[in-house]
Design a protein around this ligand. Structure first.
Ligand SMILES: Cc1cc2nc3c(=O)[nH]c(=O)nc-3n(C[C@H](O)[C@H](O)[C@H](O)COP(=O)(O)OP(=O)(O)OC[C@H]3O[C@@H](n4cnc5c(N)ncnc54)[C@H](O)[C@@H]3O)c2cc1C
Length: 408
């Protein structure tokens, strides 16, 4: 596609770059399933939902369920290092990649499918998260697991957010993590309660009223009957010792049922003049409480400064031995006529505090253009130059997703 100079009142000063958009949707085949090694080789355009269906028919699962599960492609997930709702147990998509192929303007990289390699820096790790700027991922080999016989998802109530994430830390550091671990802070728990109905909601409402405030967690274990029973019993014991009140399977079933629904509600609210935005990060356990407090305050202050005070809530959804993710949601009245300024102010306030406060600029939403400025701070100037040099080798004329991840 030729670049075209556009005549302006100052002459041919502004170059217009035509945009070619690539749809990987036709690359949608499962190429092979290695039942012995438990790996599947796929074309990268296959949708996560379609792959999960095909794997299910063969008795396997990928276990990758981002909230956008219904529509995402596997290549898109790898290109953004996405994390699913079960990634505490199954790992993020980058941890599932055994091998992949990248087709770049200057050549092709075939990263061998092996469980581990010490052959230099891991090219799979450099390509996962490259957001299309190095080339197109056209094939991926992924580790799969046996499809679970059972999914046991239960609700728990904690006195407060800190005791909830201390309990998750204990599980992580014992090596006893469940597959789903999702803990809402006090504000998010109140909003969830207001949205729910039925017996679990009544039980939880009673618990929270008796204590003043509290936090809800959804804890899920997948596997065969015996593993679910023994892992589930151990998780329950640890959580009870940490002060959690079990709420039974009702909240877990309700969460499973509506797990992909929130974005549809968000879109509806936005058409009604409500601002809804999410920001996410990850940090180490010793910093979780401080970062949670700092980001929540920054978001509240930024909304108030715009004259639109709102609700700021947060949950932990991905848990590791050394720390966890924090996912913030803000809801406020849209500043009519200044919606973009309002959004920018809120985004900037949270990202400044996240990067100053020891959090990563994004745990799983990736960088794109919105986070690029803060990614450059996180990666350090030499880190950015190293990535730019790699891009220049693979895409010398700069045609692959210019402006994403890296400037220019
Ligand atoms: C409502 C909603 C909910 C979400 N929930 C989650 C969540 O729970 N967890 C999570 O991790 N993310 C989430 N995301 C973000 C997003 O869904 C993920 O980043 C996902 O991995 C993107 O996949 P996609 O196929 O839609 O990619 P796209 O959005 O089409 O592309 C994303 C980026 O990857 C590049 N890309 C796509 N395919 C390839 C390829 N084959 N080779 C090279 N580059 C490629 C694109 O150029 C683009 O820069 C959510 C997004 C939305 C809109």
């Amino acid at each position: 596609v030729p670049a075209r100079a556009i005549p302006t009142s100052f002459g041919f000063a502004r170059a217009h770059r035509a945009v070619l958009s690539l749809d990987t949707g036709a690359l949608d085949e499962v190429l092979s399933l290695d039942r012995t090694s438990q790996t599947v080789r796929v074309q990268a355009g296959i949708r996560a939902a379609a792959l999960e269906r095909k794997l299910g028919d063969a008795g396997f699962t990928l276990g990758h369920y981002p909230q956008s599960f219904e529509y995402v492609s596997i290549g898109g997930c790898v290109a953004t290092r996405s994390a699913g709702q079960n990634s505490t147990g199954y790992g993020s998509i980058a941890e599932m990649v055994d091998g992949l192929t990248l087709v770049a303007p200057a050549g092709r990289i075939d990263a061998l499918a092996v469980p581990h390699t010490a052959a230099g820096p891991d090219l799979r790790e450099l390509i996962a998260g490259s957001e299309g700027v190095l080339g197109v991922i056209d094939e991926v080999t992924l580790r799969v697991r046996r499809a679970p016989e059972r999914r046991a998802y239960e609700g728990y109530a904690f006195a407060d957010f800190a005791s909830g994430f201390e309990a998750l830390r204990e599980l992580a550091q014992q090596g006893a993590l469940p597959d789903v671990a999702r803990l809402s802070d006090e504000s998010e728990s109140e909003v969830q309660l207001a949205q729910s109905s039925g017996t679990p909601a009544r039980m939880l409402g009673g618990y929270l009223r008796a204590r003043g405030r509290g936090c809800i967690a959804i804890i899920g274990v997948d596997g065969d009957e015996r593993a679910v029973r023994s892992r589930g019993a151990h998780v329950k014991r640890v959580l009870r010792q940490a002060g959690a009140a079990p709420l039974g399977s009702g909240p877990g079933k309700a969460w499973l049922h509506g797990r992909f629904a929130a974005p549809y509600l968000r879109d509806e609210l936005m058409t009604l003049g409500v601002m809804v935005e999410t920001m996410e990060t990850a940090t180490v356990w010793s910093n979780v409480e401080a970062l949670h407090r700092a980001v929540a305050s920054a978001l509240r202050e930024a909304l108030e400064a715009q004259g639109t005070p709102g609700i700021v809530m947060c949950h932990v959804s991905h848990v590791y031995e050394t720390g966890c993710s924090l996912y913030f949601t803000v809801i406020a009245r849209q500043a009519e006529g200044h919606e973009l300024d309002q959004w920018r102010a809120v985004k900037r306030a949270s990202l400044d505090v996240i990067t100053r406060g020891g959090g990563t600029v994004t745990h799983h939403h990736a960088v794109g253009e919105d986070h690029r400025e803060w990614f450059a701070r996180e990666a350090s100037p030499a880190g950015v130059r190293a990535l730019a040099a790699m891009r220049a080798q693979l895409d010398p004329t700069g045609i692959m997703n210019p402006g994403k991840l890296l400037a220019g």
